[in-house]
Design a binder for this molecule. Structure first.
Ligand code: ZN
Length: 245
């Protein structure tokens, strides 16, 4: 009897055990971290990760057992990724009510705009809410960057740089009017008030980006088929403050 050559045997094992969805990945991943040694802390972290996955699985089983089948959404939301600012909780909605797109700092890029266009044209959503929130870490990071800009080689992540660049116009706008506003109100604009002013301006800028960079969404708003509104969620009170344009 002819014996199968080891290389064909190995290939058969690989093909037999690799699912199709995982078989084809092209492009090299960055791998410049050198040797990774397992420490005691790593083991504790691994256990925590295992426990988290078990918790997610248990939670999903409870969800599946009590699942509510929602209707098609009429509302789209763009909000920050902050774990305390979940639109479904903030607006007390049911599954299926909201078509939610979340990104740190509630900014939009082409991918998010494509998602919103789908929501407006395919799902027939008629209201789009852009929601910022108080004490936003992304906004605070952009404000720190504005005050002490990093040089090109000081950035640990160019993705983070791209995010702060999107929020930066709001920081600059508030800095430009800060002195005038302080003179008018007679009190300094600083601390949480300053952050909130940037958060509001950042929401308005995202609304402007949506209108300027998506002719589809802008067209729907101009013909009153879509209403685009902005708000700030106050983390301390749980209340939403709608922004007047
Ligand atoms: Zn945030």
């Amino acid at each position: 009897m002819r014996i199968l050559h080891p290389k064909w045997f190995l290939l058969a094992v690989v093909l037999g055990t690799t699912p199709l969805w995982a078989a084809d990945r092209t492009g090299a991943l960055l791998d410049d971290y050198g040797d990774v040694k397992t420490t005691k802390a790593d083991k504790a972290l691994k256990k925590e990760q295992d426990d988290i996955l078990k918790m997610l699985n248990a939670g999903n089983k409870r969800h599946a057992a009590n699942m509510v089948h929602g209707k098609d959404p009429r509302i789209m939301v763009v909000s920050c990724a902050d774990s305390h600012v979940t639109p479904e909780t903030v607006f007390h909605t049911q599954p299926g009510d909201l078509f939610v797109n979340r990104a740190f700092g509630n900014v939009v890029d082409k991918v998010v705009l494509a998602s919103l266009e789908y929501g407006a044209t395919n799902l027939n959503c008629c209201v789009l809410v852009v929601m910022g929130h108080t004490d936003c870490t992304a906004v605070k990071g952009a404000m720190d960057e504005h005050a002490n800009p990093r040089t090109e080689d000081q950035w640990g992540s160019l993705n983070q740089k791209a995010l702060y660049e999107r929020i930066e116009p709001a920081v600059s706008e508030i800095e430009a009017v800060r002195t005038t506003q302080e003179a008018q109100t007679g009190k300094p604009l600083e601390g949480a008030d300053l952050i909130e002013a940037v958060v509001k301006t950042n929401v308005l800028n995202t609304m402007h980006d949506i209108r300027q960079k998506s002719p589809i969404l802008w067209g729907l708003e101009r013909t009153d088929k879509l209403r685009i509104v902005g708000c700030v969620y106050h983390k301390d009170s749980g209340k939403v403050e709608w922004i007047k344009e």
